[in-house]
Design a protein around this ligand. Sequence first.
Ligand SMILES: [Zn+2]
Length: 306
Amino acid sequence: MRYIFIFILIITTMNALESLEKKIEKLSDEEKRVILHKGTERPFVGKYTDEKSRGIYTCKLCDAPLFDSSSKFDSRSGWPSFDDEIKGAIKRIPDKDGRRVEIVCSHCGAHLGHVFEGEGFTSKNTRHCVNSISLNLVKKPDTKNENLSYAYFAGGCFWGVEYYLQKLSGVKEVTSGFMGGFVKNPSYYEVVRSNTGHLESVEVVYDESKISYEEIAKAFFEIHDPTQTNGQGPDIGEQYLSAIFVQNDKEREVAEDLISKLEANGYRVATKIIKKSDFYPADESHQNYYDKKGSAPYCHGYVKRF
Ligand SMILES: [Zn+2]
């Protein structure tokens, strides 16, 4: 029995090797120059430099998943930049130039690019600078095609708002980010430090056949304190103010109606109703923060107000 297993293992390994060899044969000259001979593609010409789609970047040669699109950020370097890797996907080796650190696919050894630390682009302080030509992008299904709806709220520290809204049945995904300001693609620290005009906000993707906009907005008013005028909980500052970003008159009516009901219940509501503007997702380290940490928010909690 054991020998059969070993035999199958050898055959499988041979097949894998063979398919890798076949894949090498199929590479274009430019792909061979970069992937096999550690070349570098010219800046600003790679197909993924400005790519914004959600998905997984895989190794051109062996298809191993390397980077999640949520770790991609705009470094303005001319090459796709990622501040994190899929665990175990990347191997770091000293570059022949004696200065830089080369990164290769830990599965097949394909040359990807270099990694730099300490540049301060994102909170992870790491930039995997990767040649587009070493990658494929497997796009995640576009949620817009699934007939899903989007809603936007700001209620203080986005980790807490995300934590609670994510738990609502019918909500598919909640992303922490920024909205309402005048700075494009702000980093977390820009929003904390300076006046970018942005509020810590969340994007809620939901299935309208399972939960209504009103139910989500109602939950929003009950998981944060809509009467606080200078921030939320212990987080004081403009970026923590309460707001509902509406996309149309229908959402505005729902929001206004809920605020009237709260006022009738004795609450002096500070929540502003603002027209939706561009939403900028925060980097990956700020997503699903409490779930990753395995704890509950300090800044938010459920209070029945309706
Ligand atoms: Zn590979």
